[in-house]
Design a binder for this molecule. Sequence first.
Ligand code: FAM
Length: 436
Amino acid sequence: MDYIKEKLITIGRPKAEIVKKLQKEHGDKVVQEVTMGQVLSGMKGVVSLLTCTSKLDPDEGIRFRGYSIPELREKLPKLHEDGEPLPEGLFYLMLLGELPTTEDVNFISESWARRAQNIPQHAFDVINALPKSAHPMIQFNSAILAMSTESHFRRAYLAGADKKDYWDPMYEGVMDLISRLPIIAAYIYRRVFYDEKHIEMDPSLDWAGNLAHMMGYDSEEVRRMMRLYMVIHADHEGGNVSAHATHLVGSALSNPYYSFSAGMNGLAGPLHGMANQNVMHWLQRLMDELGTHDPSTEQVREYAKATLDSGRVIPGYGHAVLRKTDPRFAVQLDFANKYLPEATLIKLVKKVYDVVPGLLEETGKVKNPWPNVDAISGSLLSSYGITEYPVYTMLFGVSRALGVLTQLIWDRLYGLPIERPKSQNLDWFKEKAGFN
Ligand code: FAM
């Protein structure tokens, strides 16, 4: 057993005992009153999940095991003093709840580089069987499902493993799956946009640096951008669609490939991860319609207003939980100001930021008029030459694996049961409301 697994079980067993005790001895404690409005508005604010990897504050934004994004940038190991933290370190933090050392990060980096070598050929065959015009998320998710033939968890379950040991094959599968996602994503990218001219992974590189390398980008700046991208998209508490879907499907003891695939299907929705691609279409159309890359603030306002007047949402703005500018937006802007102060798209993003919150506030119905992570991520990628918008959600998905799959290991450590909320029909709601 490697030392990370030993640490995990040492930390995990007592916590699993606490979860059991809470269930048994405090099961009748009332957690919260739930209103009809909450149920009918997508269960917003209803406490119904146990998630340990991260927590979202409406005003402050995300904290990973207690650490905010600025703190992670300062405290997680980096390859360069002035660079960005390594996603390997964030994975360690989310898994074990403590900051990693450089050695810990190297251990994970090497473990992922080793595990990434054994992707079954049929995962690539499945991708190749799809038309190149199939959205990268279709290709990505098909490959993820195809790789479930390798599931340690499935094998262990069929062999009759003890329930309290399920976390172990889950850990193995999660480590394998995370290690392989950059190769799969880069393969799809080069297949669709670079005439199948694939680039081998470089086992000496870190996980995110390798992704940039295999996509065809070898500058240190792009690697830094990719490390940042992979860190900030990794997790956003348990109730967002990709995290919740992964957890829900995992609660049926589906293997990590099935579970993560469910999450990725949710991420592909335009109100969730596909928003980053849609932001780019929206900005592109703005530039095409106005015939300039440098529109005036007034022109941007008119364009945004026309979007709202036609009953569409402005992608990249609003959030189900956040009520302030997303720190994931702020940190990307900070990165762009440092490395790309003159980039046309970044200037445009800033102009949109100047006018859209006010317009959304004027509607009187949008609860959060501020930008989310997707308002800038595509412009950052695009400014570095990664201009193929359809891959942006897939890159989000590679990163999201870090958080939702770590939580899946903890779900099995805690021994969480199958999820089964109660539903009611319309008559029941009418009766509750006192309708005749
Ligand atoms: N533009 C126009 N209208 C918006 C809006 C936006 N950006 N954000 C919210 N609204 C509308 C919303 O459609 C709803 O209208 P109706 O009452 O007519 O149905 C009203 O404002 C109240 O919605 P809300 O309570 O403020 O937001 P929700 O919690 O229902 O939805 C989002 C949250 C994120 C789905 C919503 O803000 C949205 O559609 N934003 C644009 C898409 C986007 O950027 N998604 C990415 C979210 C992200 F961070 C991620 O998952 N990656």
